[in-house]
Design a binder for this molecule. Sequence first.
Ligand SMILES: O=C(O)CCC(=O)C(=O)O
Ligand SMILES: [Mn+2]
Length: 202
Amino acid sequence: MAGALMDFERIVLADAELLLYRDFVAADEQQRLLQRLLDEVSWRQDLIRLFGRDCRIPRLQQFQGDPGLGYRYSGLRLEATPWHPLIASLRQRIAAIEPTAFNCVLLNLYRDGDDSMGWHSDDEPELGLNPVIASLSLGAARDFVLRHRQNPEQPRVSLRLEPGSLLLMRGPTQHHWQHALPRRRRVQEPRANLTFRRILDE
Ligand SMILES: O=C(O)CCC(=O)C(=O)O
Ligand SMILES: [Mn+2]
């Protein structure tokens, strides 16, 4: 049962605060959850504007949240669709370990190892200073890599995000580090990732 006593690991990194809950969702439950989300979410492959050209993102996504919220990145604005009941209950479970009142979640579906996400920080102005991001992984294990934005002497870090794990990114992490989910050709299974966020009032 998720609770305040759940085990986590602190990932020691300069200018960052990263906490990894390896067993946030149990193995059998995470599989059922993934299957439900694969079947029930209306996944979209949106276009983003990159170097003046419209490109299909190399993954599928959906944005859910409280009514009226929107999420903007790379020239794209996603309007929040209602919370899927399973995702709403995951949000409640996260509330047992993290006090941030998350009001939206970006869902990403990496259909296989060809799907990926490029380098970025979750530093959109509407997330405010030092946003807390709670990132839940389901399905295939994938590498999540980090690089320092200002100090090239800080080594790159690679975390293997196992199914059922929850990574909390807090404090100045987004200000100082970028992250990415690189392509991994050998991976054949899908992975879903849910990043719970809090968009501040205008
Ligand atoms: O898939 C992941 O683990 C990362 C997703 C991510 O960085 C994002 O949604 O902003
Ligand atoms: Mn991100």
